[in-house]
Design a protein around this ligand. Structure first.
Ligand code: ACO
Ligand code: OAA
Length: 369
């Protein structure tokens, strides 16, 4: 029997790809995006700056930024047939499944679907970036029996996205915080969903197929689905003390606590979570209600003491979304929507420098002759 000795469960630490897009540099404690530190970028830049950086390899100047905003606004609308498809979906499904269907159906409207050139993939990425808010929000609305909502072109990209979600033009502060969350979710090296999209793209499959697979990956609660799970958990508790008790019981039963731990930052707090925690503080201060922050901090302290585990981005993005008035079952679709641009960059890179992913196995089945 052929023995394979280099098996690593979950491919932990295995280098799966070469990339010029991003790196989690654990020694320097930086999330590197195209040579920049994502946390530093989050202080001065907005989500569309990062989108430009990811797709064009440079931060935009004012002229490029204006052009990008105009280009996206021209492409905001999604085909009416896709809106019809949303209305036919079974109402019980999760909005991530609605989003997946809409994204998959978009492939039918791409007249250059067989073109894998850098230029065609980049244009496709802009198209997807432009259309994700309408797909995300309108699939959710159709599942909830609500009228479709059209983009508000006088608003910025993120303010419009939040407006489409809540139905109200957001304050400048709320739009900024929402934008920051999109920026933090935009790209993160090689998580399961990015790996999935690159594996699919490596067969020469198109960008829509690769991203549709990534939606399925990101929906799982060990990945993007954790942000919704965190909010349901926080809702179970009436106070910080109550939250500690709930978590203690779960730990006793050896259950995993959503929003804690990370394959790469296992023994440290995800730096993105620290930024979202500050945003949560701002929102609590504005509301004059610190109860959610108190629960989160109590959970953070308990998990540090009991398990030596720290919050990941989902732990603090969830209460921020709650304070922004976002329905819980949109949290994971928003994460995916924000990640679209990073995924598109990876699919484009994979198409440009491709070798089919086709690993081997360690056979542990019945003996054979
Ligand atoms: C933005 C994002 O997508 S970030 C990820 C969001 N996902 C979550 O928050 C889900 C909760 N967290 C987890 O399940 C994990 O920490 C993951 C999936 C993120 C990383 O998983 P892995 O690297 O495979 O670590 P693994 O699951 O093997 O955990 C190692 C140990 O820590 C424990 N552990 C890890 N995370 C947690 C947690 N959230 N709660 C309780 N225990 C945990 C495990 O039980 C395990 O303990 P053991 O060795 O005694 O069995
Ligand atoms: O990197 C990971 O494994 C998961 C994660 O935090 C992300 O996708 O943002």
């Amino acid at each position: 029997m052929e023995a394979k000795s280099n098996f690593v469960p979950g491919l932990e630490g295995v280098i799966a790809s070469e990339t010029a897009i991003s790196l989690l540099d654990t020694e320097k404690e930086k999330i590197v995006i195209k040579g920049y530190d994502l946390i530093e970028l989050s202080k001065e830049q907005d989500y569309l700056d990062i989108a430009h950086l990811l797709l064009e390899d440079k931060l935009p100047d004012q002229n490029e930024k204006t052009k990008l905003e105009e280009k996206l606004k021209e492409r905001y609308a999604i085909p009416t047939e896709i809106l019809d498809i949303f209305s036919l979906l079974r109402k019980q499904i999760h909005p991530m499944d609605g989003l997946r269907t809409g994204l998959s159906a978009l492939a039918g409207y791409d007249n250059q679907i067989d073109d894998r050139s850098y230029e065609a993939d980049t244009e496709r990425a802009y198209d997807l970036l432009a259309k994700m808010p309408a797909i995300t929000v309108n699939s959710y609305r159709a599942l909830n029996g609500k009228e479709i909502v059209h983009p508000h072109k006088d608003l910025s990209y993120s303010a419009n996205f939040l407006y489409m979600i809540t139905g109200e033009v957001p304050s400048e502060e709320d739009a900024e915080i929402f934008d920051r969350s999109l920026l933090l979710y935009s790209e993160h090296e090689m998580p399961n969903s990015t790996f999935t999209s690159r594996v699919i793209a490596s067969t020469n499959a198109d960008m829509y197929g690769a991203l549709t697979g990534a939606v399925s990956s990101l929906k799982g609660n060990l990945h993007g689905g954790a942000n919704e799970a965190v909010m349901y958990l926080l809702q179970e508790a009436e106070s910080a003390a109550d939250f500690e008790e709930i978590l203690t019981k779960k730990l006793y039963k050896k259950e995993k606590i959503m929003g804690f731990g990370h394959r790469v930052y296992m023994k440290k707090m995800d730096p993105r979570a620290a930024v979202m925690k500050e945003s949560l503080k701002e929102l609590c201060e504005k509301a004059g209600d610190y109860s959610l922050l108190e629960k989160c901090e109590a959970g953070e302290e308990l998990m540090k003491q009991e398990k030596g585990l720290y919050p990941n981005l989902d732990y603090y993005a969830a209460p921020v979304y709650w304070m922004l008035g976002i329905p819980i079952d949109l949290y994971t679709p928003i994460f995916f929507s924000a990640r679209t641009v990073g995924l598109c960059a990876h699919v484009t890179e994979q198409h440009q420098n491709n070798r089919l992913f086709r690993p081997r196995v360690n056979y542990i089945g019945k003996p054979y002759a």
